[in-house]
Ligand binder design. Structure first.
Ligand SMILES: Cc1cc2nc3c(=O)[nH]c(=O)nc-3n(C[C@H](O)[C@H](O)[C@H](O)COP(=O)(O)OP(=O)(O)OC[C@H]3O[C@@H](n4cnc5c(N)ncnc54)[C@H](O)[C@@H]3O)c2cc1C
Length: 204
């Protein structure tokens, strides 16, 4: 059950590799909308070096503080976050993927890569790259390998901003949801949803 109260018809599984702004945004949308969502992160996000003055809607926040709030949010919405567990390989197998980490082996229907400027896993998976040497994706962030998405710094030679990474992650997860539903999927909430989910804690 998602925070929206919606059930997906089939609980597809998504593995998100990387828990910076791109990966956690993908995890938020996926988990909130009923997909079985696992995140692996080695905590080397650039956000630990940043202080945001340019993230719309947020006046000023330290990067580490921003990440702490984001992590709490995805945990609350049901993502299974494996902090400190490194993904060492991703392989296609059957209709899905096998993801090896330094601790275990996992299977998923979809993989969302969000490893910052490190593009090694995308290269090993055989994803197409642009002439500029970044992972080639469409506006839905899907790579040339069906079911594999790339988001955030790995898909741009520059223009590295948290707000852009967060948008990429959302686009990837929504595209997975649209694929699963067989029609375009929107994650729209209205005030009554907030009241139902958060009750008296809803801000005025
Ligand atoms: C000094 C500095 C200041 C900045 N200031 C701003 C600013 O003011 N405003 C702004 O919008 N942006 C700023 N940025 C940029 C912003 O931090 C990035 O755009 C953003 O962090 C990119 O997000 P991402 O999710 O793509 O990658 P990242 O944040 O780099 O996250 C990638 C995550 O994936 C993990 N990872 C990588 N490989 C694996 C693996 N194999 N297995 C598991 N986990 C893995 C990493 O450990 C990391 O936690 C700044 C960056 C720097 C360096």
């Amino acid at each position: 059950m998602s925070a929206n109260g919606d059930e997906t018809e089939r609980s597809a599984s998504v593995i998100v590799v990387g828990g910076g702004p791109a990966g956690l945004s993908a995890a938020l949308f996926a988990a909130k909308n009923g997909l079985e969502t696992t995140v692996f992160d080695t905590d080397e996000t650039w956000m630990h070096k940043a202080h945001l003055f340019n993230y719309l809607g947020i006046g000023s926040v330290g990067g580490t503080e921003f990440m702490a709030t984001a992590r709490q949010q995805v945990d609350d919405l049901g993502a299974d976050r494996h902090q400190g567990e490194e993904v060492t390989s991703v392989e296609e197998r059957g209709d899905g993927f096998v993801v090896e980490t330094d601790a275990d082996s996992y299977e998923a229907d979809y993989v969302i890569l969000a490893t910052g400027a490190n593009r090694d896993l995308a290269e090993e998976l055989g994803c197409a790259f642009t002439e500029e040497g970044v992972v080639d994706v469409d506006v839905d962030m899907e790579t040339s390998v069906e079911g594999v998405y790339a988001t955030g710094a790995m898909v741009r030679p520059e223009e590295w901003q948290a707000a852009i990474a967060v948008g990429d992650g959302a686009a990837a997860a929504l595209n997975v949801l649209s694929t699963e539903k067989g029609e375009y999927y929107h994650d729209f909430d209205v005030p009554d949803d907030a009241a139902r989910v958060f009750g008296e804690h809803v801000a005025e």
